[in-house]
Design a protein around this ligand. Structure first.
Ligand SMILES: NC(=O)C1=CN([C@@H]2O[C@H](COP(=O)(O)OP(=O)(O)OC[C@H]3O[C@@H](n4cnc5c(N)ncnc54)[C@H](OP(=O)(O)O)[C@@H]3O)[C@@H](O)[C@H]2O)[C@@H](O)CC1
Ligand SMILES: Nc1ncnc2c1ncn2[C@@H]1O[C@H](COP(=O)(O)OP(=O)(O)O)[C@@H](O)[C@H]1O
Ligand SMILES: [K+]
Length: 501
């Protein structure tokens, strides 16, 4: 699937027209294809088509004509007094066909009778906050409990970022013209879009440009995972040092290490607090566990940094963070380890939080991946979880820029950013919204780093494998998503990774 921002879409549209393909033809093809989806998905009897004043509304007029032709009883709301260009031509056709045009005041009554609403109010020409009149219409649509098909992007969602500043339509299906719009796959826009489909509208490849956001699907990763070749030994296959766990959080360490083992590490080492080590050691048969000097709260003491660095001599990458605690001692420990190694490092969870307000990340030159969720990134940026959640693309790019590292922002839409590169992961399930799955992810990406992958590719591949493992668990057990626990992922990581080899 190709992802386009609003600007990229309008560039492709402009180029197609420069190549001699009339804009009206693109609109006709978009509307016809979207009407086909409406018929196949919803088999509507009575449809209300809500059309705004731009080309999104123009698509809506074509959809209305096509549904009318298919025998659907159609009502159309056109919000603008005067239309021009292609939308005007298509509205005129509706008038000639005596399709019923309704006024804003009639929308509620129409919603009561409709079994499908087509949202063609605002498309990629919109950003910011919807004005009062349109907000009122959107609220009525959302309150009606009728199926909604959104045209190109749900109205009120910023098509280029997924940000939602005010009212926005909640759709069951969003049908995008030519390319999926970025706003349909990034939260909160993604939650408004429902299922996202793409229809072809006649834009030739000559009009396309390289998208600024990559959709991380299996095809974009296939062949990128290094294989272990014949003369290998356990160290050359990937040797990972995991710095994780404390007395109160032994499970985080176990899950990170076991994720790493299944993602192909030749050997794993774990550094954890002396008090946590005995319990962890029993759970990790294949791992070399070092119980290091313990600090105040059952975590590792900053004084353990030298021992950990010494034990990492044969490692090819480090994972630092799961379950280490966020106190002052944790911060000093993480800073000391980071200052002492140029190996590739993944910083997760408490390690990310503890670096807020320090320059440890910005100073670091070795390859670095951070894997925060919105709360952890909010603390790192000094903004907050709410601010990050509202502006996920902006926040992850800002962190990657400010800290000069690869940022993987976790959530229902995992975003990976490094330098000028941005990607959104295609796999995953709500089943992952359970404690410990993030620890598994840290191990999977850590393993890929230890096996020589570069940070951006390792993060993309790790997120894909992790999400795919959850999908495979759902498919194979047939159990409800709510029943998954993080340790279920171990048995499915190998098959998920196998799909990329
Ligand atoms: N390749 C293509 O590009 C193709 C594009 N196609 C389609 O065109 C769409 C893009 O069309 P577009 O550029 O005309 O913009 P669009 O989304 O209709 O929005 C403009 C309208 O929004 C309004 N409006 C703006 N801000 C607002 C606010 N805050 N609050 C309220 N209203 C606000 C603005 O009102 P105005 O400010 O002018 O009064 C104007 O009426 C695209 O998504 C796709 O569906 C297809 O036909 C095929 C080829
Ligand atoms: N609704 C969801 N849909 C898909 N993936 C999700 C969803 N919620 C969480 N995840 C994924 O689950 C993992 C949770 O990680 P995290 O929040 O760090 O949990 P923990 O710290 O308990 O391990 C992340 O990889 C995240 O992207
Ligand atoms: K729309």
């Amino acid at each position: 699937m190709k992802l386009y921002t609003a600007e990229e879409m309008s560039r492709a549209d402009g180029r197609a027209q420069d190549l001699g393909i009339p804009g009206g033809v693109l609109m006709e093809r978009a509307g016809a294809a979207m009407a086909q989806v409406a018929l196949e998905r919803f088999s509507p009897n009575r449809a209300l088509i809500v059309c705004g004043g731009g080309n999104n509304g123009g698509d809506g007029f074509v959809i209305a004509r096509e549904l009318h032709r298919a025998g659907v009883e159609v009502a159309v709301l056109a919000t603008k007094d005067e239309y021009g260009g292609d939308p005007a031509i298509n509205l005129e056709a509706l008038r000639n066909l005596e399709v019923r045009l309704v006024r804003v005041e009639e929308v509620e009554a129409e919603l009561d009778r409709a079994d499908l609403v087509v949202d063609a109010l605002l498309g990629t020409g919109f950003s910011g906050e919807v004005r009062e009149k349109e907000a009122g219409i959107i609220e009525k649509i959302n309150g009606a409990g009728v199926s909604v098909l959104a045209v190109d992007v749900p109205s009120g969602v910023d098509g280029g970022t997924g940000e939602v500043a005010g009212a926005a339509v909640f759709a069951d299906v969003t049908v995008c013209a030519h390319a999926a719009k970025v706003g349909c796959v990034i939260s909160p826009g993604a939650e408004h879009a429902g299922e996202t489909l793409v229809v072809e509208i006649g834009i030739p490849p000559e009009a396309d440009s390289e998208p600024s956001l990559l959709w991380t699907d299996g095809a974009s990763l296939r062949g990128s995972i290094p294989r272990t070749s014949a003369p290998a030994h356990k160290y050359s296959a990937g040797a990972l040092m995991v710095v994780a766990g404390s007395r109160a959080m032994t499970g985080a360490a176990v899950m990170s290490v076991r994720g790493a083992e299944r993602a192909g590490c030749g050997i794993t080492f774990l550094a954890t607090s002396a008090g946590a080590a005995p319990a962890v050691d029993i759970a990790l048969t294949e791992t070399i566990v070092y119980g290091v000097e313990e600090g105040e709260f059952g975590g590792m003491s900053p004084g353990a940094a030298d021992e950990i660095l010494g034990r990492s001599e044969r490692a090819t990458a480090l994972v630092i963070g799961p379950g280490i605690g966020t106190g002052e001692e944790g911060r000093r420990l993480v800073e000391a380890i980071l200052a002492g190694t140029d190996l590739p490092v993944l910083l997760d969870a408490d390690a990310v939080t503890s670096l807020a307000g320090t320059d440890a990340l910005a100073r670091r030159e070795g390859p670095t991946v951070i894997t925060p969720h919105a709360g952890e990134l909010g603390r790192l940026l000094g903004s907050g979880a709410k601010e990050v959640s509202a502006r996920r693309l902006h926040s992850s790019r800002q962190a990657a820029h400010d800290y000069g590292c690869c940022v993987l922002l976790k959530g229902s839409d995992t975003i990976v950013v490094e330098g000028g590169k941005t990607s959104v992961n295609s796999t995953g399930s709500v089943a992952l919204a359970t404690a410990g799955t993030g620890d598994v992810l840290s191990g999977v990406i850590g393993a890929l780093l230890s096996r020589g992958m570069q940070p951006y590719e390792a993060a993309r591949a790790g997120a894909w494998i992790h999400g795919r493992a959850a999908e495979l668990w759902l498919r194979e057990t047939g159990w409800p998503a709510e029943s998954m626990v993080a340790t279920d992922l171990f048995d499915h990581v190998p098959r998920a990774m196998g799909e990329l080899l």
